[in-house]
Design a binder for this molecule. Structure first.
Ligand SMILES: Nc1ncnc2c1ncn2[C@@H]1O[C@H](COP(=O)(O)OP(=O)(O)OP(=O)(O)O)[C@@H](O)[C@H]1O
Ligand SMILES: [Mg+2]
Length: 650
């Protein structure tokens, strides 16, 4: 918990300062076009429902506020401790001046110099009362201290619990978003949205629960007390306070928040641009393009600067208007009381009393204005996170989906229609393919003809637009995705490894595999040789995405994973592409073993890999042009396979 407004340098990713460190937000109303490529064209999610004026602007704000309130209710005990603590502390603070006032009157009544006048009995009575008042003061001080302590402890646990839950659940949701979503979203900007949203909860809780709630309570109480003494003035003050709070809210929601939202979007883009350039650092180095990348980031930062500057200026403008409103209020109320005095309806004491009240209330109103703007900023910072929460996963399990059990491994594509979003036409139209259980099929064809997509559809990484895909006669759209994918082993074209030990990377296919099983799999994949030569062997960390291994080594680790997975269906997407001839021969032999008794799909550009398979499907622009074993296809006069084969034999 930090009482100071959200401190982004605390945030785990510690990227650029968010718009939160300065007096809040406004933005570029001009709608700057900006470098679209850097801006993350097609960056999904929070764009929805943001653009547009008036009511349309408010909905993401209200959604984010509602989101926070619902998260509070998940922790009723912590919330109750906070609210009770803060109310008790506020009440004792309000009562303390009353006790102090009575103590003053006790001491003025019972002072030794006046005891001769009022009599010893009265003086003693005053002394006894003064002692009680002292005790009450101490008691109230203690209660206030305990109340404050309870509220701070309550809010500490409320906030960390909420932050933990939000991070955990957001991560769970993100992981389940479709391959398409991940392909279209910058990892860096997602990380930024998530961490910024997490830390915004901290600022929101502090300002709403610890400050705004007690301030509103005291303001209401003070106005009521004034109204009790002097109904007209009370009514006037109450009415003006309501107008002031309404003005603050309108300014915040209609003027400051939309600008802050734009600034935040550019803040996410800065995160995305940074992450993109840093991840691709090897390419940047290879082309000596450091300065180009700096200029590119500079363009994003220039727009970020403009929008964030405008956002903060709007915050300052809003603050100035609020202060002006407070000043006007003071002058109107003071004029009223002077007018009453002129008409003989108020004495000098009344004037002094009303002026004191005005100054008191004015202080509260200023504080409330500030808290409202901090709340606005926090809620704005949560909006992009909430948009992620509210986004349904594109590929979802149907209600009541059951786990798939693959026993034989028969695959059937029936009239499959598939269209990538962003492509002009469908890739597959009425695609019919049948792969009997236990058969080994090669997919060949020119680059971009749909071979990888075919295997992605089999794993249901994308939903098809028509037709059905069946495994063992079960439509894969009706089963749990996780069970489907867990039973299909795959060695990708470009294997990605975790920055974890080699043993963990291999065992990823089967958590809980023994060291002996891991080593056996590595041996079968022809990976044990290079692993044994590493000083830390199976405990070696492989670097982010496996960058500390060579391409061929990475591939062999992925093959070892597939050995360990022991799935009925095996997909090898260019699995031997990065191997030298010697290791390829060894892997080929190992793969022969691995392929036994499984349904295997082998994608290969080098046709030597598929020559020995049962059958070869030749893809061209999403259509299966030829289908048959090598010996048959090679005989086809003018056939595509034959042409490709002849080209490679040259
Ligand atoms: N996520 C995507 N969004 C839009 N289009 C895509 C996406 N992935 C692939 N494509 C397009 O679909 C077509 C088929 O791609 P696919 O990766 O299946 O080809 P491939 O046959 O595996 O090619 P290669 O031999 O080069 O690996 C290509 O035109 C490609 O640009
Ligand atoms: Mg491919």
């Amino acid at each position: 918990m930090t009482i100071a407004p959200d401190c982004p340098s605390d945030a785990p990713d510690g990227a650029l300062p968010s718009s939160a460190d300065r007096p809040d937000g406004g933005g570029n109303a001009a709608g700057h076009p900006g470098p679209a490529a850097v801006a993350g064209a097609g960056d999904h999610g929070p764009e929805t429902g943001v653009v547009g004026a008036g009511g349309a602007e408010r909905s993401p704000f209200v959604a984010a506020l509602g989101f926070a309130v619902r998260r509070w209710l998940d922790w009723p005990r912590d919330l109750a401790v906070t609210l009770i603590g803060v109310s008790v502390a506020t009440l004792s603070d309000v009562l303390t001046p009353l006790v102090a006032g009575r103590l003053i009157s006790d001491v003025t009544q019972g002072a030794p110099s006046v005891s001769s006048v009022i009599g010893d009995g009265a003086a003693h009575h005053a002394l006894a009362d003064a002692k009680w008042m002292l005790a009450a003061m101490a008691g109230l001080g203690l209660v206030s201290l305990l109340g404050r302590r309870a509220s701070f402890l309550g809010i500490t646990w409320l906030t960390v619990n909420m932050m933990r839950d939000v991070a955990q659940t957001s991560f769970a949701r993100l992981q389940r978003f479709s391959t398409d979503w991940h392909a279209n979203t910058f990892a860096g900007s997602t990380v930024r949205k998530l961490t910024r949203g997490m830390w915004a909860i901290d600022a929101l809780n502090d300002n709403l629960l610890l400050m705004l709630v007690p301030e509103m309570l005291v303001l209401t109480g003070t106005t009521l007390v004034l109204g009790w003494h002097w109904p007209v003035m009370g009514l006037l003050l109450g009415g003006m306070s309501v107008v002031f709070v309404a003005l603050s809210c309108v300014l915040t929601l209609r003027y400051v928040a939309p600008g802050a939202r734009k600034a935040n979007r550019w803040d996410s883009r800065v995160g995305a641009a940074l992450a993109d350039a840093i991840t691709c650092n090897p390419v940047v180095k290879a082309f000596g393009a450091e300065e180009r990348e700096e200029a590119r980031l500079g363009r994003t930062l220039a727009i970020w600067r403009k929008r964030t500057g405008r956002s903060w200026t709007r915050g300052t403008n809003s603050g100035n208007v609020q202060n002006l409103a407070v000043t006007v209020m003071r002058v109107v109320l003071a004029s009223c009381v002077v007018w009453l005095w002129w008409n003989g309806r108020a004495g000098p004491g009344d004037v002094a009393y009303v002026l004191t009240m005005i100054f008191l209330v004015q202080g509260y109103l200023r504080d409330i204005g500030q808290q409202v703007s901090v709340v606005q900023r926090s809620v704005n910072e949560m909006e992009e996170l909430v948009a992620i929460w509210n986004q349904p996963p594109a590929v979802a399990d149907v209600p009541g989906a059951r786990p798939l059990v693959i026993t034989r491994g028969e695959i059937r594509f029936e009239h499959v229609l598939f269209h990538y979003k962003g492509q002009t036409g469908p890739l597959f139209r009425d695609l019919d393919v049948e792969i009997p259980a236990g058969s080994r099929v090669g997919l060949v064809g020119p680059s971009g003809s749909g071979k990888s997509t075919f295997t992605k559809l089999l794993q249901r990484l994308y939903d098809i637009n028509g037709g059905r895909i069946l495994i063992d006669g079960v439509d894969i759209a009706t089963v749990q995705q996780s069970s489907l994918r867990a039973q299909i082993a795959i060695v990708q074209q470009e294997p990605i490894l975790f920055h974890r030990s080699l043993a963990e990377n291999i065992a990823y296919a089967r958590p809980g595999a023994s060291q002996a099983e891991i080593e056996r799999a590595a041996e079968l994949a022809n990976a044990s040789g290079f692993i044994d030569r590493l000083p830390q062997g199976y405990d070696t960390l492989v670097g982010e995405r496996g960058v500390k291994l060579s391409g061929g080594e990475r591939q062999r680790v992925a093959i070892a994973r597939a050995f360990l997975a022991d799935a009925r269906i095996l997909i090898l997407d260019e699995a031997t592409a990065s191997l030298d001839s010697e290791s390829e021969a060894l892997v080929q032999e190992a793969m022969e073993r691995l392929m036994r008794d499984r349904t295997v799909i082998v994608i290969a550009h080098r046709l030597a890999t598929v020559v020995g398979l049962d059958r070869i499907l030749v893809f061209e622009r999403g259509v299966v042009r030829e289908d048959g074993p090598h010996v048959e296809l090679i005989r086809l006069e003018g056939g595509l396979y034959r042409r490709l084969y002849e080209l490679q034999s040259l």
